[in-house]
Design a binder for this molecule. Structure first.
Ligand code: PRX
Length: 656
């Protein structure tokens, strides 16, 4: 970006909080950092006063690395904190959820309405035999019944696992089986770009091999004529008819609230376990601080409840704060690319939290879609999910925020449960492209391979050096994996390894550089290359596969697969009985069936061999370099250098 003839690096551009914003901000003084640093436990104990506890804690933190217990022996109920306690205040009749379906249908739930439906569903689940500790799977579109189902589970102490509606039947089945879910809550379908997403059909396919599931509760959403097929299935609306709200269970602070599956470095997704007290304190506090949330706000987070953002900052954080939350079911460009701006205008949205991939798509669709839209209600913008490029940040700031709204870039993960690195918008100067600095009470560092801090300007690995309240507690059913993947990277040091590369600048601002492990981030969706590779090799034509993420203008990264086919298939193609194109299409469809449309590779390149080291390890670094047209660097460890020329040729062939 040129300024008086000089190139300005993004990290030199600084946006100070506007005076208007500072005057009314929830956090106005930098003292909060010093106070929290002086005694993080005292800081978190003070924050915990935001909630209503049935019994207070004996101790704030018990830390036996890498296992933490927060608010030891305290008792609470998360649903009670998100719903019931607001009924005792003027918020009883405040809008809790504003819902807009993709076809344009609208619904408002006050806190009282929410209490009624959550309480009745909770009672119904109990009647179906769900007890404290039983797991409930939720596979729903973004309709009010999704947060309602989550809260109903929390009310009776049944950990939920929400499975994103875009996942396939197989992905759903694997997650249900890993968690041993007793009940599945789903819908006849959901709306996406004018089409029905056939959730019940997928669920039925999945349920062929899920022995733990005893009941399936079906919400009628799309109104398709669909008969229930077995006594295991029941309609949600019929189930609730006879019920009255049940009381909330008293839960221990460390009782499990939910499991959420995410991708790691191996082929198998892992169930990240979050508990009750620390999690709710963490998300309630951070939302209040980072987004300056107020009672008057209309808060819209565009994430799906199938991801952690939907859990922490669409359901639990906002409702515990007594906020008005907007929920939209469908796509941003349906029926036209101005749907989001229409919604902001219609509901007077004040805080808008979305992902860089969406912002880049808006940029491509063009500013003209914002013309004539009144976005003056907006006062704060947020982003999450992947590094935001300064151009997208500036576009968001200028065109959506109209130069008036702070853009708060929030770095965090499924595992961290809550924001970790983010600005406090009333006091933190912003730099486009940087998530800025760690929140109060958190110790984040950029370190080298040995775990020593690296000087400013140098790339390193991002770690958290101290526990935090909303941290994951374990991997469901696999404690060893929890210890190995997150806490064993730096022997002798109990540092949480986030899997991201980062750099600090001279002002201690953090710049996230993306994943340093085998995880790709496609449109803010996290997937492991191993998971994608195992899906590919399960196809009968494939001998071997290597998957990489390639930079993509809109999605951040795109999935590119390099595949070697079995000899007989290769021979059949040579004989003209089958074509490359057909094979490619079939493999793409196969991955969609195995995981879901989000995992469909953008490109598949066929090759006779993959580049490997002498010990047989696939050199993904070389594949990335080839895909990006970059210089290959050192190839001395390559066992089969001749394959490079072939790959380059093939890549070139198919690119044109
Ligand atoms: O690589 C980081 C990226 O997303 C990863 C976490 O993905 P997930 O667990 O699916 O959670 C996404 C929503 C919290 C991180 O390891 N990431 C997330 N937010 C940012 C980010 N990268 C850069 N900047 C961010 N603000």
């Amino acid at each position: 970006m040129a300024q008086s003839g000089k190139m300005v690096l993004p990290e030199e551009q600084v946006f100070y909080p506007p005076e208007r914003f500072v005057r009314q901000a929830n956090v106005k003084s930098r003292e909060i950092y010093a106070k929290a640093q002086a005694s993080p436990e005292l800081f978190w104990a003070l924050q915990a006063e935001r909630l209503e506890w049935f019994r207070k804690w004996d101790k704030v933190l018990e830390w036996e690395p890498p296992f933490a217990r927060w608010f030891v022996n305290a008792k609470l109920n998360v649903c009670y904190n998100c719903v019931d306690r607001h009924l005792k205040t003027w918020r009883r009749n405040k809008a809790a959820l504003l819902f807009e379906g993709e076809p344009g249908d609208k619904q408002v739930y006050t806190y009282w309405d929410l209490y009624q439906e959550v309480g009745r569903l909770a009672a119904a689940l109990q009647r179906l035999g769900v007890k404290k500790g039983d797991r409930v799977a939720i596979y729903l579109p973004m309709i009010p019944q999704l947060p309602i189902a989550m809260l109903a589970c929390a009310r009776i102490g049944a950990p939920h696992l929400v499975i994103f509606g875009g996942f396939s039947a197989e992905a759903l089945r694997d997650r249900i089986n890993d968690a041993g879910a007793k009940v599945l809550i789903t819908a006849d379908g959901g709306w996406r770009r004018g089409k029905v997403v056939p959730l019940l059909r997928n669920a039925r396919l999945a349920l062929d091999a899920t022995p733990s599931v005893e009941k399936v509760v079906v919400v009628q959403r799309v109104g398709q004529e669909m008969e229930l097929l077995s006594p295991t299935e029941c309609w949600y609306h019929e189930l609730l008819e006879e019920e009255t709200p049940c009381p909330p269970e008293e839960m221990d602070s460390e009782d499990m609230l939910f499991i959420l599956y995410t991708s790691g470095t191996t082929g198998r997704p892992k169930g990240v376990v979050h508990t009750s007290g620390g999690y709710l304190v963490g998300v309630t506090t951070t939302l209040h601080m980072t987004f300056d949330l107020k009672d008057e706000d209309v808060y819209w987070c565009t994430a799906d409840c199938g991801w952690i953002t939907g859990h922490s900052y669409l359901v639990y954080g906002p409702l515990a704060n007594g906020a008005t939350v907007l929920l939209y079911e469908g796509a941003p460009d349906w029926p036209r690319p101005d749907r989001f701006w229409q919604i902001i205008e219609r509901y007077g949205v004040t805080i808008f939290y979305t992902a860089p991939t969406a912002i880049r798509a808006f940029m491509r669709w063009g500013e003209q879609w914002l013309d004539g839209r009144n976005l003056s209600s907006l006062r704060l913008l947020g982003t999450v999910g992947e590094p935001i490029n300064p151009e997208a940040w500036l576009w968001f700031y200028q065109y959506v925020g109209q130069g008036r709204c702070p853009v708060v870039d929030t770095w965090w993960q499924t595992e961290t449960g809550m924001h970790i690195i983010a600005a406090l918008p009333g006091i933190t100067p912003l730099k486009p492209g940087s998530a800025t600095v760690p929140l109060p009470g958190l110790k984040v560092e950029v370190v080298d391979k040995e775990g020593n801090p690296v000087p400013p300007g140098q790339d390193g690995l991002l770690v958290l050096k101290e526990p935090w309240p909303a941290m994951m507690r374990t991997v469901y059913g696999d404690e060893e994996r929890y210890v190995q993947e997150y806490w064993s990277r730096f022997p002798g040091k109990w540092y949480y390894f986030a899997g991201d590369g980062a750099r600090k600048d001279n002002h201690h601002y953090l710049w996230i550089l993306g994943r340093v492990d085998d995880v790709v981030n496609v449109a803010g969706h996290r997937m492991s290359t191993m998971e994608l590779e195992s899906a590919l090799v399960e196809h009968p034509t494939v001998a071997e596969a290597a998957v990489i993420g390639k930079p993509h203008e809109i999605k951040g990264q795109a999935i590119v697969a390099f595949v070697t086919l079995k000899d007989e298939i290769f021979a059949a193609i040579k004989r003209g009985e089958w074509s490359w194109r057909e094979t490619e299409d079939e493999l793409k469809a196969h991955v969609t069936v195995k995981i879901g449309a989000i995992a469909r590779p953008d490109n598949i390149y066929f090759t006779a061999e993959l580049p490997k080291t002498r010990s047989g390890k696939i050199m993904r670094r070389l594949l990335r370099a080839i895909a990006e047209g970059k210089i290959l660097g050192d190839i001395s460890t390559l066992a089969n250098p001749e394959v490079i020329a072939e790959l380059k040729r093939r890549y070139g062939d198919q690119e044109v």
